[in-house]
Structures are given as C-alpha cells and as structure tokens.
Design a protein around this ligand. Structure first.
Ligand code: CU
Length: 276
C-alpha cells in the first residue's frame, strides 16, 4: 500500500511533460526543465532524495498519530501505561533522524560543491541589477567590449511569439555547451538573479561581486525573474537568455558590438582593466 502510494506520488512529480522549458507553463507541476548539469543534479536531489524521504516521514508520523488516536484514546485504553523512559526508544528516535540527515547531507553537500567550485570558464559575463532592469556586459578580451540594458517589453510592443511580462527588448545571448562564469552585482538595491532552467539563483548586491556559473546544454530561450523584493517594479524586470550555437553567437557578438558601441560602460571597463 505504502509503496503503491509512493509510486503514484512520484509519477506525478516526475512527469516531464508537465514542466515547461525556460518558462513556467499553465498547470505545471514540478520544476522547469533542467538544461544545465547543476539544474539536473538539483532535480535528482529533489525528486529522488528529498521527496521520497518527506513522503515516508509524513506517512510514518500520520500512522503514529492514527495509532494514538484510535488505540490509546480514553475509551479504548482506560488505564494508561505509567512508562516514562525507554532507553531503546530514545536511542532510536535520536539515531534514526541523524541517519536520515546524513543521507540527505551527502548529496546536498556534493551539489553545493558543484555549484560553488566554478570549473574553468570558457567565457565571463557581468550582470548588473538596477531598479528595474538588468544590464549585461561582455568583456573586451572575449570578443565583446560592450554592455547593454535589458528592459521588459510593454504590452503594446509585444510581437507574435513574445511572452507577456517575460519578453525583453535586448536578450542576453550565450553559446551552447560552454561554461559561462557570471559575475553579478547591483547598482542601487539588492536584486536576485535567477534562471530556473539553469539552476542558478544568486543575489545581486551593490558594491559586491558575486559569481556563479552555468553550462546550458540545449539551445533555446530561457527566462527568469528578479527574486528579491527590490521596489515597486520588482515584478517587471524579467531575465531572458538566448542559448545559441557557436556560429550564431559569433554573428550576434559582431552585430551587438556595433549596436551597443555608443555605451559609456565598456570604455570605462577598458580603462579600468588597463589601469589594473
Ligand atoms: Cu530586482
């Protein structure tokens, strides 16, 4: 019975057809499709480790509660036991939870290490959160040397295929299958840079450079949102990343360099790098 229930519960959670790629979808259960190794590892950790343990513990506690209610109520059990200590029981309810936590801790710390120990990066980019938009900077030593702002598209500017409240005027573009180091900061208040399908979530803090990484293994457009309450338009600063092939990336880089050439930041960036 318990196994059958667990099976039914897990099949609901593991159903990939219900999850969206890069965007939340109506009726979605579970997380958006993982397209990076970190996001995949997170899903395995959640679906195969946490959910079964939570399910089993909940069932066990519910069963104990049921036994107490039905077998040890005043009518069924008028003379209560005078037992106050039971060494075996006390050892068990200490040791078993410790073992459960150890079982959770091992994959949890492994995942944390994979997130925090950044592998050698193929490319670095900088993300800055502002009230209420994002800007992306591509350093000059990697074919970039420009930066641009990325604002939400107004409803009246939406083109067919644009997603309302997620579409932006300028998407960030990155090559597929490459390890991207993302440096994240903010210019005014604390924001939080999140892309669910990439499995990244990192605070953008003024005066501080945080970093994280991702390697998107599938081309496509992936959306995220600022996830720190940062002011009145907090809900209107979506994040849009387009993952493209190497050739498309080079072509985009060339045209973006021209398009965003007028920006002041890259010059300042170049100066700073020269001085250091
Ligand atoms: Cu924000």
């Amino acid at each position: 019975m318990r196994l059958a229930l667990t099976g039914a519960f897990l099949s609901v959670f593991a159903a990939p057809a219900l999850a969206g790629t890069g965007v939340p979808t109506p009726g979605e259960i579970g997380m958006q499709t993982a397209v990076t190794p970190i996001a995949q590892e997170m899903h395995v950790f959640h679906n195969d480790v946490l959910v079964p343990i939570i399910f089993a513990v909940s069932l066990f506690v519910a069963a104990l509660l049921g036994i107490c209610i039905f077998r040890f109520n005043e009518r069924a059990n008028p003379n209560p036991s005078r037992l106050t200590h039971h060494t075996g029981l006390e050892v068990a309810w200490t040791v078993v939870p410790v073992l459960i936590l150890v079982v959770i801790a091992i994959p949890s710390f492994r995942l944390l290490t994979h997130q925090l120990v950044i592998p050698p990066a193929d490319m670095t980019m900088k993300v800055t959160g502002h009230q209420w938009y994002w800007s992306y900077e591509y350093p000059p030593d990697q074919g970039g040397g420009f930066s641009f702002d990325s604002y939400i598209k107004d409803d009246k500017d939406l083109k067919p295929g644009d997603l309302r409240q997620l579409a932006v005027d300028n998407q960030a573009v990155v090559p597929v299958g490459k390890t991207i180091l993302v440096q994240v900061t903010a210019s005014d208040v604390i924001h939080s840079f999140v892309i669910q399908s990439f499995g990244i979530r990192i605070d953008a803090v003024p005066g501080r450079l945080n970093q994280t990484w991702f390697r998107a293994e599938k081309e496509g457009t992936y959306y995220g949102q600022c996830s720190k309450l940062c002011g009145e338009d907090h809900a209107y600063m979506p994040i849009a990343f387009r993952v493209v092939s190497d050739d498309e990336y080079k072509a985009w880089l060339a045209q973006a360099k021209k398009k965003f050439a007028a920006r002041a930041e890259p010059a300042r960036y170049a100066e700073n790098t020269a001085r250091n």
